[in-house]
Design a protein. Structure first.
Length: 566
């Protein structure tokens, strides 16, 4: 039999969670099984922080020949929707992972959870409490001082069973009573100060309908759901470290399978908000067009903007896993994206701010098909034909009538190379009444087809272009970071309006001209617009005037940092 530890490929970076699993498998713990889970709450769309957890849980299961469940922790019907469930499934699949037939819901276990709650009541370890939510918080006390016992803590087992049964039957209004665990009101860990297990909530559930009017809390549900599913390694983010003693208490007092909980650092990404509550606020108040707005850090937003799942997986691998929360620079994510898109994206020529160029000595009716390389990083991508004619468009910034020093692009009397085409020399310009250049006149050298220089003369600049007669009008949506502040997730002032930090220049819409090969493109196809950046055809794009979202620019500071470090 193969050894999953020996057969597994090494991860690119040190991973303490993996080290724990390696040791557990080596020692035969859990019969050397590795069974993880990804447990999102269906109360919003997944974001880039969830991608880290997805890659970790599914990746470790794959590496060790184990299994990873997808489980929806759906215990709050007022905030959960089928739309979120569907989006989560789509995102996990898009990232490249498969839960096979292991898609579960915490609501699948509501009957069992109720029976276990009754078991704890009978054991004298849970009681029905009539305190309001505000009173419960008051009774819990403050750090450094013990809380006070609820006046209902000493109800008899019989009374608690009767009240809990009546809670389930719907006799009481919302918030009138709760079921609480009887643990320790003097514990320094507030999670252990008689936490709420069930609350009354007369609300329809997206899966169970109106069957229940009491719902278990997340803290009561989570560990037991892991136990039911036979999870071996319950991998959580660091904010659940203080909850682990409570999960342990439930599992030990119920006498059921006890998964090992391991906490790791959450992803904090610069200039990025990863609070689902605040992201929902942006959607509901119209600050963005929806959960898949390309400025949103959601996986659906990244997908629409043109990110590839390979780039996100590469990023998650690079940032590693630790026990200390830190801030990761957005530039590292963009570096991973550029690296992957550079390998996989077809090149295409587009002009964002066009100015007309007339090649005066080129035949009026001649059209030539120039061979253009689809991707120099991928020889198998082949070439395409780009039409060349007498009248072209180039970028306005690629011409200067009075150029500054070190300007090597087109100006009067200077020769430049047109990508894949010819060398041209500017002879004159036309201007409108305001003095803006409307036409640039040039001549071409017929001996330089394909940009070659048979005589060996040096040309310092190569610029891109499109044929005016054959070009396609397109719309470009230029996206930037949504927040100006480096760490918008952390706010010292709870009364501060976090939307005041939104970047007013996060979206600029431009029009341009693009080569005709784009007519065969489909929504979400990715391209590198030569010299301009990486773009993705928007999902709502039409053939009349295609829309492209800028995924990321070409400049890559991280690439320079990495090259210096070698």
């Amino acid at each position: 039999m193969s050894n999953p530890v020996e057969d597994a490929p090494e991860l690119p970076r040190s991973n303490f969670v993996r080290d724990i699993i390696v040791e557990d498998v080596r020692n035969g713990k859990n019969q050397a099984r590795v069974h993880t889970r990804f447990p999102p709450e269906p109360n919003g769309y997944l974001h880039i922080g969830h991608a880290k957890a997805i890659c970790l849980n599914f990746g470790l299961a794959q590496e060790f020949g184990g299994q990873c469940n997808l489980r929806f922790d759906d215990t709050n019907p007022t905030k959960e929707e089928v739309e979120y469930v569907d989006s989560i499934m789509e995102d996990v699949r898009w990232l490249g992972f498969d839960w096979e037939d292991r898609c579960y819901y915490a609501s699948d276990y509501f009957d069992q959870l109720y029976e276990w709650a009754v078991q704890l009541i009978k054991a004298g370890k849970a009681f029905v409490c009539d305190l309001s939510a505000d009173q419960i918080r008051e009774y819990r006390g403050i750090p450094g001082q013990p809380g006070r016992n609820s006046p209902y803590r000493d109800r008899t087992v019989e009374e608690n069973l009767d009240l809990f049964t009546r809670m389930k039957a719907g006799e009481f209004p919302d918030g009138a009573r709760t079921l609480r665990a009887k643990i320790d009101m003097a514990s320094p860990n507030f999670n252990m100060r008689d936490p709420v297990m069930y609350r009354i909530l007369h609300a329809s559930h997206h899966r169970t309908g109106d069957k229940w009017c009491i719902y278990p809390t997340y803290d009561y549900t989570h560990g037991e759901s892991d136990s039911i599913e036979g999870i071996t390694h319950s991998i959580c983010t660091l904010e659940f470290e203080d909850h682990r003693p409570l999960y342990d208490w439930y599992l030990e007092n119920l006498g059921i399978h006890h998964p090992q909980q391991i906490e790791f650092d959450r992803l904090h990404l610069s200039n990025t908000m990863l609070s689902k509550r605040k992201l929902l606020h942006l959607v509901q108040r119209g600050y963005v067009s929806g959960w898949d707005d390309p400025r949103m850090p959601t996986l659906s937003g990244f997908r629409r903007r043109g990110y590839s799942p390979e780039a996100i997986r590469l990023f998650c691998s690079r940032i590693g896993v630790s026990k200390t929360n830190g801030l990761i620079e957005l530039g590292l994510l963009e570096h991973s994206l550029r690296e992957e898109l550079n390998r996989s994206s077809a090149r295409i020529m587009a002009v964002m701010d066009p100015v007309k160029v007339v090649v005066d000595n080129y035949p009026d009716d001649l059209v030539e098909e120039m061979d253009a390389v689809n991707n120099p990083e991928d020889p198998a991508a082949g070439t395409r034909h780009v039409p060349f004619s007498k009248t072209l468009y180039i970028e306005r910034e690629d011409f200067r009538e009075n150029p500054p020093k070190q300007y090597h692009r087109l100006t009067i009397g200077r020769e430049v190379r047109l990508r894949y085409a010819y060398l041209i020399t500017c002879t004159s310009v036309e201007k409108d009444a305001s003095g803006e250049i409307t036409v640039i006149h040039c001549t071409y050298d017929p001996a330089t087809r394909g940009g070659n220089t048979p005589d060996g003369r040096k040309v310092k600049s190569t610029i891109h272009w499109v044929s005016a007669k054959h070009s396609v009008d397109f719309e470009a949506r230029l996206y930037e970071q949504l927040f100006n502040e480096e760490n918008p997730d952390t706010e010292e002032d709870p009364n501060k309006d976090f939307t005041a930090n939104l970047n007013p220049k996060s979206l600029e819409v431009r029009s341009g001209k693009i080569e005709p090969s784009v007519r065969g493109a489909k929504p979400l196809d990715r391209f590198q617009f030569e010299r301009l950046g990486y773009f993705c055809m928007d999902r709502d794009s039409t053939g009349e005037k295609p829309v492209f979202n800028r995924t990321v620019g070409l400049r890559d500071t991280w690439a320079k940092i990495e090259s210096k470090g070698r």
